[in-house]
Design a protein. Structure first.
Length: 138
């Protein structure tokens, strides 16, 4: 049975990701998981992580093993730590070995909605218009 502490790096701009983290926090009764949004200032630098890769896939850092995993492999790491999910570990392993797990993970991740935050002043957040987005994309 796995007992190591794991840091889960998730996208704090993704509502699906934040909801998933909320569920995992409830299920992690032993406190084995620590959640950090890689969007928080200094996180990527502190842990030496690549923002572009984090934008594509969730990452986990297993402290005891000094090992970083991503995507479906991170899901397996998390499932090993949460008793409620442990029964899925063999299925996740098989799915990752045959390549289906990462494919499905990537398909879901590519379709999630990202809403940048942190650009709000006095409780008002500016959302660029479609025209502004087109101009920025040039």
């Amino acid at each position: 049975m796995a007992t190591e502490k794991v840091i889960v790096f998730y996208d704090g701009w993704c509502s699906f990701c934040k909801k998933s983290v909320a569920h995992l926090r409830k299920w992690d009764r032993r406190g084995r998981l620590q959640f950090l949004s890689f969007r928080e200032e200094g996180i990527t630098e502190r842990y030496g992580l690549n923002v572009e890769r984090l934008e594509q896939r969730m990452h986990t850092y297993e402290l005891d093993k000094d090992r970083v995993r991503e995507g479906i492999h991170s899901i397996r790491v998390i499932a090993r730590q949460v008793p409620r999910l442990r029964a899925f570990v063999p299925l996740l392993w098989v799915a990752s070995v045959i390549g289906l797990g990462q494919f499905v993970y990537d398909q879901i991740a590519a379709r999630r909605t990202i809403l940048p935050t942190g650009g709000c002043e006095d409780g008002v957040c500016q959302v660029p218009s479609l025209q502004q987005q087109k101009e920025e994309d040039g």
